[in-house]
Ligand binder design. Sequence first.
Ligand code: SF4
Length: 300
Amino acid sequence: MILSRYILIALRNHGSTRMIRGINNPILRRTLVLTGGALWVFGHLNLFRNREQYFPRFELLLSKSCPLNCKCCIHFLPDYHHNAEIEPAESVVNNMKKLLEAIERMDEVIISGGDAFSYPHLALVVKYLLTSDKIGMVTIVSTGAVSPDKDVLALLSNKKIQIQVDNYGKYSDKISEFTSLQSPSVNIEAYDTWDDYGNELSRGKNTEQLTVQYGLCKKERYCMMNGKVYACPRSAHGEALGFFVNDESEYIDLNKISNSKEVLSEIRRLRKISHLTACNHCDSCTEKFKTYSLNVRLKD
Ligand code: SF4
């Protein structure tokens, strides 16, 4: 009943009711009311948004440094040994511009890595992201173990920005700097467990097994690192660390593309991929996947 009323109100607002009342066949009239109204409702809920050009979440992997040194990190971060190259802000911004020109919308851009606050040019990148009307919200993810950058904190008055702090207890030794901020833009979440995605070695799976695993995982964690768009952060970091070589079909190299038509066709291609090389180096969605308590999560 409530849905029918909502649909009728929607149609009335669109001036379609007069036309429908003129139809004598009650079944046809009812069908038209329900179909037209449902289309209007779904349209307003963005359910028919062009899926190819829409990202509910998109991650920017800016920092390759994390103070926590966790065992079996999904991003392999301890394996960088603090030697990772720092991506210039200009290149991050230019590649995001290319991507945004080709798409309609990103509801949320999540800046992670590593600890996002370890990235020295964070404020410059965030300032650019805030200028784009295609981005709904910018979330900066921190471990609570790196002091917030004052230039980024100065941006907290912007309603599009939020800081997500994962509180790992004694490991998050800068947490008081975040709690004292008392800003609605700072969201602190406590963690007492840690997911184990396994080491970097090959599991020797065949294509069929990998396709099943990827289908089950479906994290849809599209992300960008060093100008390449990947379907999963483990794919990006594993390649950067030389643990495996991704097939060219598993990423979009924005550094080699100059027009949005080509970017869009590459997005379509990436969305259809059946599995990733990285899945052969990952225990997610398998019986080997484990969750540990915090006291065994750090590497020696
Ligand atoms: S199974 Fe594949 S897609 Fe899922 S987290 Fe692992 S590497 Fe990423």
